[in-house]
Structures are given as structure tokens and as C-alpha cells.
Design a binder for this molecule. Structure first.
Ligand SMILES: Cc1cc2nc3c(=O)[nH]c(=O)nc-3n(C[C@H](O)[C@H](O)[C@H](O)COP(=O)(O)OP(=O)(O)OC[C@H]3O[C@@H](n4cnc5c(N)ncnc54)[C@H](O)[C@@H]3O)c2cc1C
Length: 396
């Protein structure tokens, strides 16, 4: 069926995904652009969400979004020093006081996502939730999405993938992603010890992966382990008791853990994945008005704590590109692409150096695999890296 004049609704921009990246972009584009956001889920999720560490530099972006004052009213904790057992068995403290942008925060993550989502709504963006099934088509001059719920065809010259780590829209369009790391995160939330007031981010490496723990708002502490999805030992830490016993082997974790039973274990894919901005297919789609932002563009390894900063920064850059005439002005795309390629390249080199760190575990599969996989990145620019279309790793 082709759209008739009656059943078509035109927008300037359609964004898929109302997570932090999609919500931030929607707000930044208003009021100059008519924006539709389509979200798969419905709101109302409660309980803590993983992904809580936000660097101090994010304050500049929150100011740009006009949400800084409201962010400060949230229940986020100010982040303190970092304590890590990484390159050697000796714990190393890094003092956040030396960061010129300030120490950053340990977020009430649901509250942070809600702040951005409500910011998008308040700006006048139209957000439709609970939409899991829709068709995306490309005609000569626009993208169109047909929604069963309102029997309308929504069209726009710009389509933005903000669907997070799945990169669902880029994937649907067959665009290549560099995604070779099957890192999986098992995590739980523990009650804090009585009088636990610390704001330290604790990280430590072991033979089969790496851990982190941090106190988060509302009396909880996150405890997370990152390991390879194909590790034959993964079944050992499927059960919460075994998982806690493994964590307790590490003094810097043991000293902040309660004896009480945790909430159940959850799993999340966590390996780095990057949309290949150098591929001719991606460039051809960009000329047709397709952009990706946030995790859909670059999914950061959690060791970097950069995911949320990148969500906001890529939303700001994408908003600039769209306001400068993307996709009709080639320069707008080139500026966005160049900036994101530089981000990817810097990040991948830093990641490679991080995984080279724990020399003492070099012969263990987890580390050997990452040293080998990332080793090339130290000498080669991102633009010459091979791309793959691999899917997400399987939960154990
Ligand atoms: C284990 C782990 C720990 C992390 N820790 C940190 C941390 O400490 N600090 C940090 O900065 N970052 C961290 N991150 C990363 C951070 O959580 C992400 O960078 C951030 O959530 C990405 O935001 P986003 O808006 O791009 O994607 P998401 O938050 O994933 O939002 C995507 C939205 O799109 C919707 N969606 C998905 N598919 C569709 C579809 N087909 N159609 C419509 N809507 C769709 C989803 O429902 C969701 O609402 C961590 C990530 C992991 C996995």
C-alpha cells in the first residue's frame, strides 16, 4: 500500500530508541525541528540499572542540554577515588581530585535516564512507546515508518539509530559493525554494609576476567564480573553463591561486601562494538540521511566508563550536523564522521593498552584473546580495521 496524503505524517527527524542518546538528541533538536521518537519499551521500569559511573566532563554536556540544575537535584553520589588491582597485585589509588573536570558521579541510573527522557518530552518531541514491530522503508527522498497503532505512515528525511548496543536499525539496513569481543558481564546488586559511605570505584583483574564494584544511591552496591562468553568455566559463576565466593577472593572487593544473599544474577553483553563509518554501505546510507548515535554507533567496553558521556557527546554532534543541513550538506556528515572516527580510534587504542596491563595473566585465555585481538589497534588506525557483522554473544 502506498501512502496517501491523508495517512502520512511528516517529520524533520525520526529517532529510534528513547534511551539517553535518543532522548538527548530529541531535546537538542527542539524547537527548531519536528521530532518523532519511537521506543520499543514502555516506561515504568524500577530497581537499579547497571551503568552508573559518569565522568565529570559530562557537566558541560548536561549544561548544553539545559538539564544541569535538575541533574544536581538528583540522588546521584559524587564519585571519589579509584582503587584498582590491575597491572600488578598491589592496589593502586588514583585520586579524582586531579581531574580538571571534577570527580564525576555514581549515578542513580534510572533517575538519570528519566531526566533525559522527560527532558525530551518537555521539549515537545513526540515519543511513542511500546512499539516493537514496524517497517522501515526508503523512498527517493525520505524514510518512512508504518505504525499499526495509528495507521499512519511517518516520514522524515533523517533517520537516527539510537537503539543502543543492538544497533537494531543499522543491523536491519545491513551495515557492517566491528564487534569481535564476546565480553559478557554478570552483575548483581548487594545491600551496602552499615555505615558504608565510600564512593570509590573498585576494579580488579583476575585469571578469567575483571571485576568492579561501586556504591550506588539508595543503599545498594553494584558488583560486576566481565568474562568471555565462550569461557568453559562460565557455568561456575552462574549461581549467586559461587559468584560471591569468587569475588571474595579479592581483598578490595571482600572488604566492602555484605554476607547477605544478593539479588539474582543478571547478564549483559559488554564487548566493544563499532559501526563501520568507513564502509561504503554506511556512507551511502548517510547520504540518504541515516545516522547512528550512542551505543548504536560505538558500544564502549565498560572498563572505559565512557558510554554515557559518548551518548551525550554524539547526540550534541549529531544535532549540530542536522542543524547544519545533514544530509543535504556533505560537510555536515564529513564533520560528524570525522569526529566519531577520532573518538573510535582514541578509544580503541586506550582499550588495547588497558588489556595489555595485567602481564601476570597473559597466558590465560581471557587476556591472551584480548591482547591478540586488540594488539593490532596499537599500530593501525581504526579506519583500516576489518569489520564484522557478528551478533551479540550468548548468555551462559
Ligand atoms: C555492564 C555494563 C556496564 C556499564 N557501565 C557504564 C558506566 O559505568 N558508565 C557509563 O558511562 N556507561 C556504562 N555502560 C554503558 C551505558 O549503559 C550505555 O552507553 C548507555 O546505556 C547507552 O545509551 P543508549 O541511549 O545509546 O542506549 P540504551 O540505553 O540501550 O537505550 C536504547 C533504547 O532503544 C530502545 N530500543 C532498542 N531497540 C529498539 C527498536 N528496534 N526500536 C525502538 N526502540 C528500540 C531500547 O528499549 C532503549 O530504550 C555500561 C554498559 C554495560 C553493558
Amino acid at each position: 500500500m502506498t501512502a496517501s496524503a491523508q495517512d502520512e505524517r511528516r517529520w524533520d527527524v525520526i529517532i529510534l530508541g528513547a534511551g539517553p542518546a535518543g532522548s538527548a538528541l530529541a531535546r537538542l533538536l527542539r524547537p527548531s525541528h519536528d521530532v518523532l521518537v519511537i521506543e520499543r519499551r514502555t516506561t515504568g521500569e524500577t530497581g537499579p540499572r547497571i551503568g552508573e559511573s559518569l565522568p565529570g566532563a559530562a557537566s558541560v554536556l548536561l549544561r548544553k542540554l539545559g538539564l544541569w540544575e535538575r541533574f544536581l537535584e538528583g540522588s546521584h553520589l559524587q564519585r571519589g577515588s579509584a582503587l584498582s588491582v590491575w597491572d600488578t597485585e598491589t592496589p593502586v589509588w588514583s585520586d579524582a581530585l586531579f581531574d580538571p573536570c571534577g570527580p564525576g558521579w555514581l549515578l542513580d541510573r534510572r533517575g538519570f535516564d528519566r531526566l533525559l527522557y522527560e527532558g525530551a518530552l518537555e521539549s515537545g518531541a513526540c515519543i511513542l512507546q511500546g512499539l516493537r514491530q514496524y517497517d522501515i522503508e526508503r523512498s527517493d527522498d525520505a524514510w518512512s515508518i508504518r505504525l499499526a497503532q495509528d495507521n499512519l505512515v511517518h516520514t522524515a528525511p533523517v533517520l537516527v539509530d539510537a537503539t543502543g548496543r543492538s544497533g537494531a536499525i543499522a543491523r536491519r539496513l545491513g551495515l557492517p559493525r566491528q564487534a569481535d569481543d564476546d565480553l559478557l558481564c554478570a552483575f548483581t546488586f548487594l545491600p551496602c554494609l552499615p555505615n558504608d559511605q565510600e564512593a570509590t570505584l573498585r576494579t580488579c583483574a583476575d585469571e578469567n576476567g575483571w571485576w568492579y564494584s561501586a556504591r550506588i544511591p539508595h543503599g545498594k552496591r553494584v558488583l560486576a564480573y566481565h568474562f568471555d562468553a565462550h569461557d568453559p568455566l562460565r557455568h561456575q559463576w552462574r549461581e549467586a553463591g559461587a559468584f560471591l565466593a569468587l569475588a571474595r577472593r579479592h581483598p578490595i572487593l571482600r572488604e566492602v561486601m555484605t554476607e547477605s544473599e544478593p539479588e539474582s544474577l543478571r547478564y549483559h553483553p559488554a564487548g566493544a562494538a563499532i559501526l563501520d563509518l568507513t564502509a561504503s554501505k554506511t556512507q551511502a546510507r548517510a547520504q540518504q540521511g541515516f545516522l547512528a548515535i550512542g551505543d548504536a554507533l560505538i558500544s564502549f567496553d565498560p572498563i572505559s566508563s565512557q558510554g554515557l558521556f559518548h551518548c551525550l557527546a554524539s547526540a550534541v554532534s549529531a544535532a549540530n550536523a542536522i542543524k547544519e543541513g545533514f544530509p543535504f550538506q556533505a560537510g555536515a556528515w564529513q564533520a560528524y564522521r570525522g569526529e566519531m572516527l577520532r573518538v573510535a580510534e582514541r578509544y580503541l587504542k586506550h582499550l588495547a593498552l588497558t588489556y595489555v596491563g595485567p602481564e601476570r595473566f597473559a597466558s590465560f585465555t581471557f587476556w591472551a584473546k584480548r591482547r591478540e585481538g586488540n594488539g593490532d589497534l596499537l599500530d593501525r588506525p581504526y579506519a583500516s580495521m576489518p569489520a564484522s557483522n557478528k551478533g551479540e554473544p550468548l548468555a551462559p
